[in-house]
Design a protein around this ligand. Structure first.
Ligand code: URA
Length: 206
């Protein structure tokens, strides 16, 4: 099965799981490049997202597109989803039990896409990965969580309310390609150490 097939199967499971909370709203499963190196994960769909069944298509989404554009990335080159996949009424904060209910599906979605970096957008998405995290302190820093690189940033909605938050969000986005590059080169260095080691082993064997 291709990754797209696996994601389709997963989405159908979410559709079929009537025990999931927020059944009154539409499912916003996620979209983007299934081979993306970066997966952006927000909090929960808003009104626009609920209407269109797509993540980040309202004002926050427009800013997200702009931030991606500022580093030369098209929206379609990343994968975008949320920790909670249906809109909470009146855009209230998602409840812990709602986040927990969608968690097994998000875990599988992440494992299928298998991104190099997860970018949680905002406090709720960050706390999903880093329960003790504080967004103002930890945004723009790389963390290692259960074998994954997690790079939290401010939520675009917060940046729409504060120019200082916007400035920091823009800076954090600018460092994303650098972080990816750094990871790629440390992988190369790591591999060449391995190659050298196995050459040494061969020297030793022969
Ligand atoms: N805010 C989010 O956290 N997610 C969306 O999809 C849209 C707005």
């Amino acid at each position: 099965m291709t990754k797209s097939d696996e994601l389709r199967v997963l989405e159908l499971e979410v559709v079929g799981d009537k025990m999931l909370p927020l059944q009154g709203a539409n499912l916003v499963f996620g979209e983007g490049d299934v081979e993306a190196k970066v997966m952006c994960i927000g909090e929960a769909p808003g009104l626009r997202e609920d209407q269109q069944g797509r993540p980040f298509v309202g004002r926050s989404g427009q800013l997200l597109d702009k931030l991606l554009g500022s580093i030369g990335w098209e929206r379609g080159s990343v994968y975008i989803t949320n920790i909670v996949k249906r809109r909470p009424p009146e855009n209230r904060d998602p409840l812990p039990e709602e986040i927990a209910a969608y968690k097994p599906y998000l875990t599988r979605q992440i494992n299928i896409v298998n991104p190099k970096i997860i970018v949680p957008l905002g406090r709720f998405a960050m706390n999903y990965f880093l329960p003790e995290g504080k967004i103002s302190r930890d945004q723009g820093r790389m963390f290692h969580v259960e074998g994954r690189h997690v790079y939290p940033v401010f939520h675009p909605a917060a940046a729409l309310r504060s120019t200082e938050t916007l400035r920091q969000l823009e800076e954090s986005f600018k460092r994303l390609p650098v972080e990816l590059e750094r990871m790629a080169s440390s992988l190369v260095a790591h591999n060449s150490v391995h190659a050298q080691k196995s050459e040494d082993m061969q020297d030793h064997l022969f």
